[in-house]
Structure formats: structure tokens, C-alpha cells
Design a binder for this molecule. Structure first.
Ligand code: C5P
Length: 313
């Protein structure tokens, strides 16, 4: 095998709670993450050289060693040097459909696909949790992107408790094409404004983690109760990102008032979404938002919840 193609889905956050600071400088989080069917395609080809190459049709995506997909391949080459010497490097071609710097984990999902694909091309036989440990080195969202579906995600992003797949729900997703939000900026600003409320002691952190595990959002998912999930959508980062970007706040409000199950910003934004009980409802909301927001800079998608993470095509 010298070639493979992988599907790398985007994610949204149904829930994102910032609990406190971690000793490693990151934030302690409690999230419910959900894969969606909006996905990039990642093509990997062994190239018989020792040079990793990245190609992407989207000018916003770097094709050099700053690309997370490149860094994933470099990490594999470093950790499995014998196999790298034997099988050679990869050409990585990214067919980009997930908007960049949008709070949808597009870059993380690409890196997750590269880890999964190189494991196959080099016959490494790594387990999912071994791949997730490698992913964690590169970025907090990568472990989730590997397994995908619906999951409660805690710690920095590395502790994943799978939840049952949510059947039948749709999402209308919106993002202003020209607007990107830096994730470090969002967390730094949140810390400046709300850091005094952070939980810092070990018992307090454990209590907050436990509260989310046995809390209403997880219960609503276990009961497949879409309307309850819609009411419980939550994202602490909205408190800093929406005031800084009034058009995004306006779009979120319009999605919330559109008759769907609920609306929220995903991750550190600026994409916002409405959760919908059916494809018909999603198409109605899409049409209404499209006509109320004729701005050509606004990109909209109708997409579905996805029970899968990285898949081989
Ligand atoms: O891990 P990743 O590189 O995706 O994180 C991007 C940024 O988001 C980090 O540099 C940090 O500022 C912030 N972050 C955080 N706590 C987390 C995850 C991310 O503070 N658990």
C-alpha cells in the first residue's frame, strides 16, 4: 500500500465550559464535542524521498512545516525513524472544505487523518489510544478528532468518554469568510476577564468534572432528547468572542430565533450553528438566514451530525 485517502470531519462543541488553569499553562475544560459531516479529504502518497510535502487548494492554509498536517507527519517520522527510513515520506494533499480558524478543528482533523493514514502506510499497527497520545503532543483537539462521534472531553482535551451517537439531527453552520479568530487570543482574553472565577484546587476541579459527567447535557444525550440538548447548548468562549465581533453575535441571535432547537458558537469561533431536528427544518433555517443576511462574505452550510471520526475512504 503506498496511497490512501481519508475523510477528516469538522467538529462543533455542544458544550464548552472553562473550569480553570492547568499547571501546563492550558485550561482545564469540560466539553461535549460532536463530529459533523462537513469534512476535508486528505490524500497521502508515499513519495520515495525523505521530504514531507503539503499541497492545499486553499491559500489560507500554509503548505510549509507550520501546517499541523505536516507536523503530524514529522512527528511520525521522528517517533518511527526506522520505518520512515524504510518506507519514505508522504505527499499530503488537502482538499479543504472546512473553513480555516473557525472553531471547527479543521487543522486538528487534518493532522488526525495524517496520523491514522501514516499508521496504515507504514504498517505500524498502532491502537487508537496510541494514535491519540501522539495527537495530544500536537494539539488539544486532535485526540477527539481521531475517534470523533459524540464525546465528553475533559482535561486539556485528552480525556475522552464516548457518548451514544445522536441520530437524525442536523446543523446549519455559518461563518463570515473574511473573519478568523485566534484560539490563543480567545483563551487569553477569557482568562483576563474571568480568571478570578477559576477553580484551582484539585478537589474543586474534580467536583466540576464530576458535575459535567453527571450533568443535564450528558443526560439529554443519553436520552437522545434533541430539544433538551438544544436548550443546554453552552460555550463560555462566547462571552469574549461575541462582544468583539458584533456581526457574529447578530448571526448567532438570528439562528437562535430561527425556530431550531438552539444556537451556539463553536469552539473559539467565529463559526456559529443552529441545531435542527430534521433536514427540512435545517433547509428552512438556511433559506431564511440566507435571505436575511445577503452579505456574500457569509458562508452557510447544512450539515449533519456524524457518528465517525477519521475514516479511510
Ligand atoms: O492545543 P492547541 O494548540 O489547539 O491550543 C491552542 C491554544 O488554545 C493554546 O495555545 C491555548 O492558548 C488555548 N487552549 C487552552 N486550553 C486548552 C486548549 C487550548 O488554553 N485546554
Amino acid at each position: 500500500m503506498n496511497h490512501c485517502t481519508l475523510i477528516a470531519p469538522a467538529k462543533i462543541n455542544l458544550y464548552l465550559e472553562i473550569i480553570g488553569d492547568r499547571p501546563d499553562g492550558f485550561h482545564e475544560l469540560a466539553m461535549v464535542m460532536q463530529s459533523i459531516t462537513l469534512a476535508d479529504r486528505i490524500d497521502l502518497q508515499l513519495n520515495d524521498t525523505d521530504t514531507i510535502r503539503v499541497r492545499c487548494d486553499n491559500g489560507d492554509v500554509p503548505a510549509d512545516n507550520t501546517n499541523l498536517a505536516y507536523r503530524a507527519a514529522a512527528l511520525m517520522a521522528d517517533r518511527f525513524a526506522d520505518r520512515f527510513a524504510d518506507r519514505g515520506a508522504v505527499d499530503i494533499t488537502i482538499d479543504k472544505r472546512i473553513p480555516v480558524a473557525a472553531g471547527l478543528a479543521g487543522g486538528s482533523s487534518n493532522a488526525a487523518a495524517v496520523l491514522v493514514g501514516i499508521d496504515l502506510l507504514w504498517d505500524l499497527g498502532l491502537t487508537r489510544s496510541e494514535l491519540q497520545e501522539l495527537g495530544e503532543v500536537l494539539g488539544s483537539d486532535i485526540p477527539f478528532c481521531i475517534s470523533g462521534g459524540t464525546a465528553l472531553v475533559t482535561g486539556r482535551g485528552e480525556t475522552i468518554s464516548p457518548l451514544p451517537a445522536l441520530g437524525g439531527l442536523y446543523v446549519v453552520l455559518g461563518k463570515y469568510r473574511s473573519l478568523q479568530v485566534s484560539t490563543p487570543w480567545a483563551y487569553k482574553t477569557y482568562r483576563q476577564q474571568f480568571g478570578s472565577q477559576y477553580v484551582s484546587d484539585a478537589a474543586g476541579l474534580e467536583e466540576r468534572r464530576h458535575r459535567v459527567h453527571s450533568g443535564p447535557m450528558v443526560a439529554a444525550i443519553l436520552h437522545q432528547n434533541g430539544s433538551q440538548i438544544g436548550k443546554l447548548l453552552h460555550n463560555d468562549l462566547q462571552k469574549v468572542v461575541l462582544p468583539a465581533h458584533p456581526p457574529v453575535a447578530k448571526l448567532r441571535d438570528a439562528l437562535a430565533a430561527s425556530g431550531g432547537l438552539g444556537a451556539m458558537m463553536s469552539g473559539s469561533g467565529p463559526s456559529v450553528f443552529a441545531l435542527c431536528e430534521s433536514e427540512a427544518q435545517a433547509q428552512d433555517i438556511y433559506a431564511k438566514v440566507r435571505s436575511d443576511f445577503p452579505d456574500p462574505d457569509l458562508e452557510l452550510w447544512v450539515t449533519q451530525l456524524n457518528p465517525n471520526g477519521i475514516e479511510v475512504d
